[in-house]
Each structure stands twice: as C-alpha cells, then as structure tokens.
Design a protein around this ligand. Structure first.
Ligand code: CS2
Ligand code: MG
Length: 402
C-alpha cells in the first residue's frame, strides 16, 4: 500500500488547526493532528517542505519503520515542531492501518481495558463565587473530575481565566498579550479557593489544579502541602520542567499527586521523572509526543513505576487528536484520566467524530480507524489567523514563566 499524497490542511474555525491527510494507492486515507498552538506555520513548513516529500512512495503499512526513518533517521532530533510533525504522520498511518484492518483503532492496539474513559473538564472564574458557580455547572453536566482555576485578588490577569468572562482560549491575540503574576498573592489565595470548593461540593468530586509552571520547587512544596487537606487528584506543572531535579525537592515536601508532561515531546523527557518516581501522572499526548507509536512506549515504561496517563486535551489539540487519544485511553492499561476542554460547535462542525460524551465519561466509538474526519470544503472557509500565547511578567516588570 503506497503513499501517493500527503497534504496539510490549515483552518481557523474559532482557533487554528493543522491537519495532515495521507492518501494511498488503495484509496484508503488517514488524518493526523499537527497543531502546535501559536507556532502552527512552523509545523506546516516542516511537513510540506521536508516530511511530506519523503513519504511519497513509502509503504503506508510500515508505521514503525516510517517513525524510525523520521526520528532516528534525522540528525536534528526532537523539539516540539519536528515531533508534532512526526506525530501527525504517525496518527494518520494508524488511522489507515485500522481502516485496512476494518477495525476501530483501539481494537488494533489490543482491545479495550475499560468500559468508559473518565475525563476532567475546566471550571474557571474571575473570583471565588464565580468559580464555585462554574464547578456547580460542571457537576450538573455530569463531570466526575474538575480542574479549578480562579482569578486572584489584586492580580489583573491569570492563566485559565478569560478576560471578558467568555470561553477561555489562551492564544487570543495577534502578538503576545502581557499578563501579570504575583507568587505571593497566588500562594496565599489558592488554599482558600479549594477550601471553599470542598465546603460547597463535598469530597466525592475529583479536583485538579494547574500551576502552569510558575513556582520555584520550594514554593510548589508549600502549595502542595497546604492543599493536602483537599486531597487533589493532581497538582499540574508546579515548576518549570527544564531542571527536573526540582521535582525531587517538591516530592520531599508533599503527598499531593504530581502531574507533568503536556509540553514533553520525547520519551527521554519523561524517563528520569518516571524512573525516580517523582511524578504520578504523565501528561504527554498523541499530537505533541510522537503519535500513538511513542505514546505506547511512554505508557508501558510508566506502568513499571506506578505512573498513570493523563493526556493533555486543551482546545488547541484538535478533534483529530482527541479521537486518537480516546482510542489510546480505551486501551492503555495504566490509564489515569483524560483532559477534556470542549471545542466550540463551530470548531466541531469542521470535523466529523465518532467519539461520544456521556455523564463524565467518553467512548471512542466503533467507527473504523480513529473515527475522526475533516470536512475539507468547510475548513477552506476558515483561513488561518495568527494567534499568539501570552507572556507573563511579575509586578515589577520582570519577565516570568507563562
Ligand atoms: C493547559 C493548556 O490544558 C492545560 O492543562 O496547560 O491550556 C495550555 O496552556 C495550552 O494547551 C497551551 O497551548
Ligand atoms: Mg496544563
């Protein structure tokens, strides 16, 4: 089965999505998500100028060899742009292989390990009362796990909370917007927030929180310790990930479970954290961590150390990624949870989807392949618009982690 065409489709139905479509001489085709938020065109060029021409004439059935060709065969390895491009190829090829086998992708991976996939959604508010309302709404929608983020008194803008009170979409301006940050105000406020949430909604609901890389290890240790009475499902991205020794210091100070990895793109990024048991959940996802092929390796390695999966699932990961991720989640033995930040109706209108939400859980559906397709005609009506993620500054103007 030879690859005859590999084309990149860019669209912006409310936000940018990059989709790779691989076509074969047997008439079967597959698609993969190639979206890298705020750097979309870099991946488009990586694919169009380099990887797509290399794919023409290759046997679409040889997923492993193509993965090795694009990764091991390259002198310049890893990095988010290149790995997102490889992930798109890999996802499209798994879609094709499952279609050729006349199976939903999860069957090809080994069959399902569970009946349904628990997801967490986001509850965001400008202050504690509006955040409590958002948590209540998520509970009404059936969610069993909720990530809670709130505006902080005295801090103008913060991660996870929309400016105008509408839906939160972090890449929201043509050039980076400037946000502000105060570690002191955040640390004093956040335990109060969780105290209120537990008081109002009890202990049964799973609560999660994303620090978004902003603390030093000892500050993160303090936060984890102070959040222990509210027994979070996880505390995410507590410190920047470049220096992984930081997690050792954090781990020494708290039993709050630790999640990390949404910006990792290689199994090598995960190795030390997993083998030293410094984390509890690995957040790598299909589109940014080398597709299904590398995600399986990461998950199997993690399973040796009691680390479970918790894939990133923000809106900048397209429905194509979500579809593939749900097949992976259905199969993976050491599944933890899947993030679900719902796409808008407009975003979803461009992609047909076999996956379904019901009462806090997803199922990937029984369509062959990964079950997601793109309506190319409709996609063409929404051309690319440049959107950047914000930058962050401390109150004195010092540039900080966003
Ligand atoms: C986030 C994302 O979902 C999450 O946990 O950290 O919203 C992240 O900020 C975006 O995916 C950035 O593109
Ligand atoms: Mg995050």
């Amino acid at each position: 089965m030879k690859i005859t065409e590999a084309k990149v489709i860019v669209c912006c139905p409310g936000r940018n999505f990059v989709t790779l479509k691989i076509v074969t001489d047997e008439g079967l085709y597959g698609i993969g998500d190639a979206t890298l938020n705020g750097r979309e065109k870099a991946v488009v060029s990586f694919l169009e100028d380099y990887l797509c021409p290399m794919l023409i004439g290759k046997d679409a059935q040889r997923i492993e060899d193509i993965w090795q060709y694009l990764y091991r065969g390259a002198y310049w390895r890893r990095g988010p742009v290149g790995m997102t491009a490889i992930a798109a190829v890999d996802t499209a090829l798994w879609d094709i292989k499952a279609k050729a086998a006349n199976m939903p992708l999860y069957q090809l991976l080994g069959g399902r390990s569970r009946d349904k996939i628990m997801v967490y959604t986001h509850a965001n508010g400008a202050d504690i009362p509006s955040t409590l309302d958002a948590v209540g709404k998520a509970i009404e929608q059936g969610y069993k796990a909720i990530r809670v983020q709130s505006g902080i008194p005295g801090v103008a803008t913060t991660y996870g909370v929309s400016k105008g009170g509408g839906k939160y979409e972090p890449a929201d301006s043509d050039l980076p917007d400037e946000h502000s940050w105060s570690t002191e105000k955040y640390l004093n406020f956040t335990p109060k927030l969780f105290d209120e949430v537990r008081r109002q909604y009890g202990n049964d609901i799973h609560l999660l929180h994303d620090v978004h890389h902003r603390l030093t290890p000892i500050e993160a240790g303090r936060l984890g310790k102070e959040l222990e009475p509210y027994h979070l499902f996880w505390m995410e991205d507590a410190v920047p990930v470049e220096n992984q020794e930081s997690f050792r210091l954090l781990r020494q100070h708290t039993t709050t479970p630790i999640a990390v990895g949404e910006i990792f793109n290689s199994i090598h990024d995960c190795r030390e954290l997993i083998q030293n048991q410094l984390i509890d959940y690995i957040r790598t996802t299909v589109v940014h961590a080398g597709g299904i092929t590398q995600m399986r390796r990461i998950a199997d390695f993690a399973s040796l150390y009691h680390v479970r999966t918790g894939s990133h699932g923000a809106t900048d990961l397209s429905p194509v990624c979500m579809g593939a991720a749900l097949h992976f989640d259905y199969w993976v033995p050491n599944f933890g949870i899947q993030e679900h930040m719902p796409h808008s109706e407009l975003m979803e209108s461009v992609f047909t989807r076999a996956y379904r939400y019901e009462d806090g859980y997803f199922t990937p559906g029984e369509a062959i392949g990964h079950g997601v397709d793109i309506d190319e005609k409709l996609a063409a009506k929404y051309p690319y618009q440049r959107k950047c993620l914000p930058v962050n500054r401390l109150e004195d103007g010092t540039l900080w982690h966003w």
